[in-house]
Design a protein around this ligand. Sequence first.
Ligand code: XMP
Length: 328
Amino acid sequence: MNPITVRPADMVRITTPALAEKYIESQISDLREQIGDKKVLLALSGGVDSSVVAALLIKAVGRQLVCVHVNHGLLRKGEPEQVIKVFRDEMNADLIYVDAVDRFLDKLAGVTDPEQKRKIIGAEFIEVFAEEARKLDGIQFLAQGTIWPDILESEAGIKAHHNAGGLPEDMKFELVEPVRILFKDEVRMVGKALGLPDNMVFRQPFPGPGLGVRCPGAITRDRLEAVRESDAILREEFANNGLEGKVWQYFTVVPDFKSTGIKNGKRTFDWPCIIRAINTTDVMEVTVEHLSDALIDHLVKRITTEVPGINRVLFDYTPKPPATVEYE
Ligand code: XMP
């Protein structure tokens, strides 16, 4: 039986746990029929879509699914650890963890052009993933977290939809796309029904090139670490102040310039950390989330005392347009 590849016009929007369960049951039987006793490969980033695909496939075919999690060094603090804990430890997935941090950061060293940085990250990702795939025997299927808006956007010519993950021509797999006909809110509903943790299911959007676009100019390990640590503090404080899940996207950026400061009576010459918190519905236009004075003061204190290399905190009050969400 061929899987459904087009969302039926009369499909009921999955808005309740019961509807999510129904979808999961039907997918499990469809996936078992499509895959049989063959093996499936999945690049598991830990983002919502690939995580839900993984959880569905684990339920349907268990260890016939092989997940590859590539740590490119540009992930947020705690992300690789969470992927391993949730999928390998709790769901008993066959998970290959690839520590490619040095490979990516060495390739990116000295590269200042944003487009070039993105190209290097994208190409290196495919190379690492393809290398892992070549080591495996008997893989017939490639699972992808394609969702319905990806199809609509590619049909409208807005975004290229990368079939088969841009893998080399000689690597031919049949596609498995178990959330292809779902909208994002439906994917989250299904993820929740599958028992994935809330901070994975309701995660804010995170760009493919990761923290790389929040470390403008040439990425250095120390500045990247300052982005990662300040981002972790910001996320922790948003969670503690009831803003997690309410504000669309929030993150920090550490630009490549230094200014004078003072710490423990001594002159410092360190980076500023920029906080950006925005709301939107379609990401074409965004507004700025205004934080309380108390929260801003607290963030300034924590970031300047806890993050090495930071002596100033700035807040970006610019909507889109004229600014974009990300800095590169
Ligand atoms: P911009 O900066 O274009 O961002 O206003 C709009 C939204 O898209 C996210 N973004 C990306 N997502 N790969 C992604 O998967 C990317 O290269 C990328 N660049 C930006 C951004 O975080 C924001 O939510």
